[in-house]
Write a protein that binds this ligand. Structure first.
Ligand code: DGY
Length: 327
């Protein structure tokens, strides 16, 4: 079973600054080895240190593929990620080897929906730009048409991906007295009725929405769905917000759409790559707000995510059902 000499299971954690609560739980029952820095473990180091692990506690910065699973060896029972997204994990390869996958759905839904609204309003009402003006002398008087942007009240909001987070966003958006909430999703969602959201086709959503919000998981079908043709179909006044994964967007096409005012503005919590290089044109555009992937970064959510990540590991190692297993 590749246990350590102490007869305890080996857990490898890919960075030093995972919230204490989960790590402490693991330390009670397992031998914990971690990358000693508060940054993602470099790939070569990861491949070396993961050897003999029974469990991996990772984040979305760590690619879990065939090579890494080989490096871990046959004692690996579970990969547990402190994220709801799992596009960094080769799910098929884990399945083939009988390795369980733990993730953190639900516990970050509220935090991510809150951030989505914050980003939407920051983008539409131009908060970073306005703060910059206030700090640098651009605020010379109250001015009637200065720093204006579109309001949510009476608008049509389109949500692409209507899972847990998309629905939580819809419920919040509704409180702003929007006229319509549209959604596009593979399947019809029964919850939509009570929320008052209408299922429409992707093109229809793009054409009718004043705000287009991407909450879809990154899977082959959603890769770069926001491409030139999608931006061309949006209103010139549309505000685009993405809090899912950068990979759902053709970023060059987005930059072009922002530069040419094909759309009004974009708010991005996720980009390609991450971190976004400082010389990215996105940082130079006034009509773009970029955040450093902080959707789930409420203190409460991150602590609960870390506990769930640890509990998924302990359950898998003890042969029990995982509290949140990716099936
Ligand atoms: C996730 O959970 O997938 C987010 O991107 C980070 O919390």
């Amino acid at each position: 079973r590749n246990m350590s000499e102490s007869g305890r299971f080996n857990v490898y954690i890919t960075r030093s600054d995972m919230p204490d609560v989960g790590v402490d739980q693991l330390r009670k029952e397992c031998d914990v080895k971690l990358w000693e820095k508060p940054s993602p473990v470099p790939r070569a180091e990861f491949l070396k240190s993961v050897a003999g692990a029974n469990a991996i506690y990772c984040s979305l910065s760590d690619r879990i593929d065939k090579e890494l699973l080989d490096a871990a060896g046959p004692g690996l029972k579970v990969v547990s990620t402190i994220s709801v997204g799992y596009d960094h994990i080769d799910v098929q390869e884990c399945r083939k080897r009988g390795i369980k996958i733990g993730y953190t759905p639900d516990v970050l839904t509220d935090a991510t929906a809150e951030l989505t609204l914050a980003l939407l309003l920051s983008t539409s009402r131009r908060l970073p730009e306005a703060q910059h003006e206030a700090r640098t002398g651009g605020w010379v008087s109250w001015a009637p048409t200065w720093m204006t942007g579109p309001g949510l009240a009476g608008s049509t909001v389109g949500i692409v991906g209507f899972g847990r987070i998309g629905q939580a966003v819809a419920r919040r958006v509704k409180a702003f007295n929007t006229a319509r909430i549209l959604y596009f999703n593979r399947s019809e969602r029964p919850e939509a009725k009570e929320i008052g959201a209408e299922k429409v086709g992707f093109d229809e959503l793009l054409g009718q929405s004043d705000f287009v919000i991407c909450c879809a998981a990154l899977v082959p079908e959603t890769k770069e769905v926001f491409n030139k043709s999608a931006f061309d179909k949006m209103k010139n006044t549309a505000v685009f917000v993405n809090t899912s994964r950068g990979g759902t967007v053709d970023q060059d096409a987005l930059i072009e759409a922002l530069k040419t005012n094909q759309i009004r503005a974009a708010g991005l919590d996720v980009t390609t790559p991450e971190p976004l290089p400082l010389d990215s044109p996105l940082f130079k555009l006034k009509n773009c707000v970029v955040l450093p992937h902080i959707g789930s970064a409420s203190i409460e959510a991150r602590n609960t995510m870390s506990e769930l990540t640890a509990q998924n590991i302990l359950a898998a190692l003890n042969g029990k059902d995982l509290p949140a297993e990716l099936k």
